[in-house]
Write a protein that binds this ligand. Structure first.
Ligand code: SF4
Ligand code: SF4
Length: 375
């Protein structure tokens, strides 16, 4: 059985977080059950991009501070690391408020720059993950609960994509292409290579709408924790009401037969699920009707059946961040305009995820629009 704990928490005030964390971890045996004296404990928050905490893009610094405190109390040596989607780690940590916490608590910030190749666990034969992630004695996963334009939701398992070193992320997007199911499978396989020892989800203020970079903060008012990140993600998705067919990571784990997603095996402790469920949580705009289509049809009709990114006139300041991040190099800046080659675009939406000015919108394919109208 997998235990997932939920505790209601309304604010990031230090006292409230401290009490909430203690209550959250008590049914799981407390932090001492996961950290032994002298162990190097890597905390892996979501440090996607340089945004202040109130934008809900990154894990809140108040949660990181309290987890550092608990790790120290258990005798461990906490360090914090990630590989942001855009911008240097230090800059992202500074803007998110996490750098100030590290300075205040004397905690090391570890950059994921050195990759180490490990044998894959299935579809992907070799996967290079950050050496500090693989070498830490313990990993505590600290995701932010957010919507995600490709995976619908990002939580415990998706947060581990940060263990892929910087530019290699684009290569993985390219390998998995526009196939959400394949990308989800890759995420599950990364999780299996080095599952975190504990996952604690920041769902006090989550992100709804066009996450993970451009959505809107939404008060969900709870923290979740568990040993199995897949089980934690199932409960988190239940809280915000994600339909099963849009839970790509969960479905990939089910197909791979990896334990953690079967509700019959999940015990929810702490606050009852029904007391923390939120209604009307807005999902990303991105949608398509690729489900179940044979691949030859998917490829032929892709232009018309999928949504695609489009620059908003007057909003794009031609900074080039999306162009540099675009896995297949489908974006060019020409004659003062941003141009996207939709034949090579794989619909990964990294451009929207990373644009600091929310200057890209989504346009539905013509056929997709017709189908939606007829439904
Ligand atoms: S869309 Fe955004 S990231 Fe891309 S060039 Fe314009 S402002 Fe920069
Ligand atoms: S244009 Fe955007 S959605 Fe298309 S491949 Fe490039 S980053 Fe991905």
């Amino acid at each position: 059985m997998q235990t997932v704990t939920i505790v209601k928490a309304d604010s990031y005030d230090a006292g409230s977080i401290r009490a909430a964390l203690d209550a959250l971890l008590a049914p799981l045996g407390g932090m001492a059950a996961y950290v032994r004296p002298g162990e190097r404990v890597l905390l892996k928050p979501n440090l996607l991009s340089a945004k202040p905490p109130d934008r809900a893009v990154t894990t809140h610094p108040a949660l990181v501070r309290e987890v550092i405190r608990l790790v120290r109390e258990a005798g461990g040596i906490p360090v914090v690391g990630d590989s942001p989607g855009v911008g240097g780690l230090r800059r992202v940590a500074e803007k998110s408020g996490i750098l100030a916490v590290l300075e205040e608590t004397g905690t090391e910030l570890v950059e994921f720059t050195e990759p180490r190749e490990v044998a894959g666990s299935g579809t992907f034969k070799r996967i290079a993950l950050a050496a500090p992630y693989l070498e830490a004695d313990r990993v505590i996963n600290l995701p932010k609960l957010k919507t995600h334009e490709m995976m619908t939701v990002t939580c415990g398992v998706k947060n581990l994509f940060g263990a892929v070193v910087g530019t290699a992320k684009a290569a993985w997007h390219l390998k998995a292409g526009a196939d959400r199911e394949l990308f989800a499978r890759m995420l599950v396989e990364i999780h299996q290579l080095r599952p975190p020892d504990l996952t604690i989800v920041d769902a006090i203020t989550a992100m709804e709408g066009d996450g993970p970079g451009s959505g809107d903060p939404r008060q969900v008012g709870c923290l979740l924790a568990g040993v199995n990140a897949l089980a934690v993600d199932v409960v988190a998705a239940d809280i915000i009401g994600i339909p099963h067919k849009l839970r790509y990571v969960e479905r990939a784990a089910e197909r791979l037969g990896i334990p953690g997603t079967d509700r019959a095996d999940i015990v929810v402790a702490g606050a009852p699920l029904d007391e923390v469920r939120v209604q009307g949580f807005r999902l990303p705009h991105i949608s398509d009707v690729q489900f179940g289509l044979p691949s030859f049809l998917k490829n032929r009709l892709r232009q018309h059946l999928t949504s695609r990114p489009v620059a908003i006139p007057g909003k794009c300041r031609l900074c080039g961040i999306c162009r540099d991040a675009c896995p297949p190099g489908a974006i060019t800046l020409k004659d003062g305009k941003l141009v996207i080659d939709y034949h090579s675009c794989i619909r990964c939406f990294c451009c929207r995820e990373l644009c600091p000015d929310a200057a890209l919108t989504v346009r539905e394919g013509a056929l997709l629009k017709c189908i939606r109208k007829c439904l």
